[in-house]
Ligand binder design. Structure first.
Ligand SMILES: [Zn+2]
Length: 246
């Protein structure tokens, strides 16, 4: 027999499960952000290291803008919230300061290494960042309202830095230092995570679209993955054939 009391218990168990699932999602997203940030900055450090003559590989002369190829450049918002163009070096330095300020704020950024799994499960991830009104990522678990939006901004900024690394610095220094496999591994993992968690939209991927197409074609992104669904696999196969022809 099913009494009202049992129904109530069932319902509260359901809420508990939903709350626990949401907590896991919040912790997964925030941990993932930190993990990708650390990976990325290992590469940026290589660009920012000073040579004997006091210059760095990425400097205002080599990279006067925060660019990703000829067709894309990114602006920084100044104190008056006006977009300004900055040399890539300066942009990345300011971005690093902004990101680490967010991540070092325990009130904003919940990270508990003992309870977090890095596994991404599709059922945890629908509309992770897009919830609005009184429902936001982490609301039921008491996480701050701005967390989802902040994570999305951080993912977007990480993408911009990767795009700059690929377009302007892939050969020098990463290929010459034999770091290109590591770069590819970190970036493909980042794209997989960012798209699965809906932290990056397909339109934002455009500067790196050809690489995403290639990775869909060569199996880096499996057919059931989200970045695969954003890729032009036919074009990826063509790009792949150019690579094997030389
Ligand atoms: Zn640069």
């Amino acid at each position: 027999m099913y009494t009202g009391g049992e129904r109530q218990t069932e319902r509260s168990r359901g809420w508990e499960r939903a709350g626990a699932r949401e907590s896991m999602l919040v912790l997964t997203v925030s941990h993932t952000v930190v993990e990708h940030y650390r990976n990325l900055w290992n590469f940026v450090r290589v660009l920012h290291e000073k040579e004997e003559d006091g210059t760095s590989i990425c400097n205002p002369t080599t990279c006067p803008k925060m660019s990703a190829g000829k067709n894309h450049s990114y602006t920084w918002l100044n104190r008056n919230h006006e977009p300004v163009e900055l040399p890539a070096y300066e942009y990345m330095t300011l971005m690093q300061r902004w990101m680490s300020g967010k991540m070092d704020d325990p009130a904003l950024f919940p990270t508990d290494p003992d309870t977090v799994s890095f596994a991404i499960h599709p059922e945890y991830t629908s509309n992770a960042a897009q919830q609005g009104g009184d429902e936001w990522l982490g609301a039921r678990s008491g996480f701050p309202k701005q967390l989802g939006g902040t994570c999305q901004l951080i993912f977007r900024q990480i993408f911009r830095v990767y795009a700059h690394l690929y377009w302007d610095h892939f050969v020098e220094p990463f290929y010459h230092l034999n770091l290109e496999k590591q770069l590819n591994s970190c970036f493909s993992h980042f794209i997989l995570t960012a798209t699965t968690l809906e932290m990056l939209q397909p339109s934002e991927l455009e500067p790196m679209q050809y690489l995403i197409d290639l990775w869909a074609a060569d199996g880096t992104f499996p057919p059931e993955s989200r970045p695969y669904s954003y890729a032009n696999v036919e074009r990826g196969r063509y790009i792949q054939s150019l690579g094997t022809a030389v």
